[in-house]
Design a protein around this ligand. Structure first.
Ligand SMILES: NC(=O)c1ccc[n+]([C@@H]2O[C@H](COP(=O)([O-])OP(=O)(O)OC[C@H]3O[C@@H](n4cnc5c(N)ncnc54)[C@H](OP(=O)(O)O)[C@@H]3O)[C@@H](O)[C@H]2O)c1
Length: 249
């Protein structure tokens, strides 16, 4: 059963926009939603990766180079989606960076990038797509983290962005119902390139070690998002924590 069959009120293929679709959880989510019958708009900064994925997913998929921290590029992407695919039914707010390190020795630029990508970027993406989501009676999926419910030393700013996403999502859930459902997904360790971008050596080594021991495939996160989206619109899966079984944090 594809998403198109599930929604009797749609006579066109549903449209899903995924930010950060060039790798990891975003790429896996795009693949699974394409399998479910959605037409995909793939957003990220690395054009060649999203173009290759769009070509693989086939006709109806759109690769749009966009930086969630650049509002103009997101406005342009929202216009292209509406013009080329029709209004977005689903926005998966997934783009993010995890530049861990002790707060006292953190680089200002890295702290700013985390806030501007993970939190402000998600807010801007929702801002530019919310009209389309409302029109489509669609879904907003926010990819947070277990770091949005618990903290540890060395992830202060990353955790702040994810705690912010939690509060913001719950307020939006109350405001946007019944038109738009809001799903907050909070993964533990997932096997992606996320820790490879950490510049603080101790933090990168620690994260890689922890990931090597327990990280789960991003396909499990994608399947969970797919499950939530497939529920009838009157049912809203609001918050999901999903970890490797062995993970403590
Ligand atoms: N992996 C985990 O263990 C884990 C756990 C909990 C939560 N998460 C969350 O899951 C989300 C996806 O991360 P991932 O693990 O899949 O890592 P990833 O493989 O590094 O993917 C991150 C994605 O975000 C995109 N991105 C980064 N900055 C961007 C920007 N300014 N504008 C647009 N796209 C941007 C990247 O694409 P470009 O570089 O091409 O722009 C990439 O596609 C993040 O929000 C992360 O916090 C991950």
């Amino acid at each position: 059963v594809t998403a198109n069959h599930r929604r009797q009120d749609h006579d066109r293929a549903r449209v899903a926009v995924v930010t950060g679709a060039s790798s990891g959880i975003g790429e896996a989510t795009a693949r699974i939603l394409a399998r479910d019958g959605y037409r995909l708009a793939l957003l990220a900064r690395r054009t060649e990766r999203i173009e290759a994925l769009a070509a693989e997913l086939g006709e109806g998929s759109l690769a749009l180079t966009a930086d969630v921290a650049d509002r103009d590029s997101m406005l342009a992407a929202a216009s292209r989606v509406e013009a080329d695919l029709g209004p977005a039914d689903v926005l998966v707010n997934n783009a993010g960076v995890m530049l861990l390190g002790p707060f006292s020795s953190s680089q200002h630029e890295e702290m700013r990038r985390m806030v501007e990508t993970n939190l402000l970027g998600a807010i801007v993406a929702a801002e530019v797509f919310v009209g389309q989501l409302r029109a489509a009676h669609g879904d907003l999926v926010n990819v947070s983290s277990v770091a949005g419910r618990t903290v540890r030393a060395g992830n202060a700013v990353y955790a702040a962005t994810k705690w912010g996403m939690g509060g913001w999502s719950e307020s939006l859930r109350r405001e946007l119902k019944p038109d738009v459902r809001v799903m907050l997904i909070e993964p533990g360790a997932v096997d992606t390139e996320l820790p490879d971008h950490i510049t603080d050596e101790d933090s990168r080594r620690g994260a890689r070690k922890a990931y090597a021991e327990s990280a789960i495939s991003p396909l499990h996160i994608a399947e969970t998002i797919s499950f939530g989206l497939a529920l009838p619109h009157e049912v809203s899966l609001n918050e999901i924590v999903i970890r490797p079984t062995v993970q403590t944090l």
